[in-house]
Every structure is written in structure tokens, then in C-alpha cells.
Design a protein around this ligand. Sequence first.
Ligand code: CU
Length: 227
Amino acid sequence: MRLGVKLLLVAVALTAAGVMIGFYVSNLTTLAGSPSYALPVQDASSGHPVVNLQIETVAAVGPELSRNPDWVSYLVRDNGQWKRKTVWDLPAHATVHVTIYNFDGASGLRNPFLARPQGMVGNRILVDGKPTDAIDPNDASHTFAVPALGLILAIPGVPDDAKNPCGYAPCSVAKYDHRTIKFTFHTTTPGHFRWQCFVPCAAGWLDGFGGPMQTIGYMDGFLNVRA
Ligand SMILES: [Cu+2]
């Protein structure tokens, strides 16, 4: 083959690879992102706003809420409806009462240190009503962590032999087997804080950390703490 033809083939192959990488990046960028949800203030009489944050974690987000129905996800209760919104607007210096309903099974923690809840009031959580200051790292399904606020907790999973697991979200608390986690934390000064899951829960992805684990709107989001 003549040198000119070889060079032309290399140029064509490089261009094609470049275009494909471009499509891949643009697809990921389009997928990532989430509308924000502003939590309504329940009570401001003490001078410190009080808000309730209700979230659910699901094994599969379902076709109603995503074009990736099999992706694991967080959802937030917005006006009584479960929505795939992972950017939450919170008032500064607020008391945030959090309830997490987990419908997913366990994947286990890579780092057992994260099994010890930290950064919330009392450094403990209620698991199905029981005060808990450490869970078995193997039982972790997801974590809710806001590293900049020093807040982290691991969420225990639904047992493998659960009789009534939820297939596709949205998952009804009244209908399906779940774990209930409650805790309270305080926001500080205004800021933009990342939150994320640290359990390698993205089944089918490299080391469980791809897809929904690296895409805002599923296992990652932000707290917008506003003055
Ligand atoms: Cu997760």
C-alpha cells in the first residue's frame, strides 16, 4: 500500500474515533443533571427554619422516570409525588429532618468506616425505629454523604428473601418491602455542597461505580444552601 493511502486511512480512523468520543461525552453530559427541588419550610417560629426531606432509594428507576429504566436511583418526595430530582434547595441554619425509604438490596461497603453514621444530630440514625450508631458494612445498600458537611451514613438494604420487593420505581411505601432511616442534621452557612452515594451499587458497570453512580440525577446531587 502506498504511504499516501496509509496516511489517509489513519486520518479517517482518527476522525471516526474522535466523532464517536464526542457523541459519548455529549450523551453523558445530556444525561447528567437534575431539576432542583426547593424544600418548603414547615416552621420558622424559632428563628431557625425546619424542613422535612423525604427520599427513597430504588434498585431500578423505571421507564416512567428515566430513559435508563434499570438504573439505580434516589428520588425525592415533591408535593406527594416521587420525583427524580437530586438537587435540593435548603435554607441556611436550618434543621433538616430526613426520612429515607430504601427499597434496594445490599451491595456492601468497600470502606467499612462509612458504616458508622456521622455528622447528624447525636451521630446516630434510626433504622426502622431503632437507634443505631453502626450498621454491618455488608448490609449497606447506599450511602447518603455530604463530605463538605462531614455528614455520612450507610443505608441498610432490604433482605434478599423479602416477600414483596419493588421492581420499578416509583415505589409505594405502603405497598413494598423497605427499610426506613431517619435522622436530623443542620445546614450551616450558604453554599453549594455535593452529595453522593459511596456504595458501588451500579450493577453491570465497571466496579459498580459507572452509569448512575457518576451521573448527577441518580446517585449524586447537590445541596444548595441559601441565605
Ligand atoms: Cu448507591
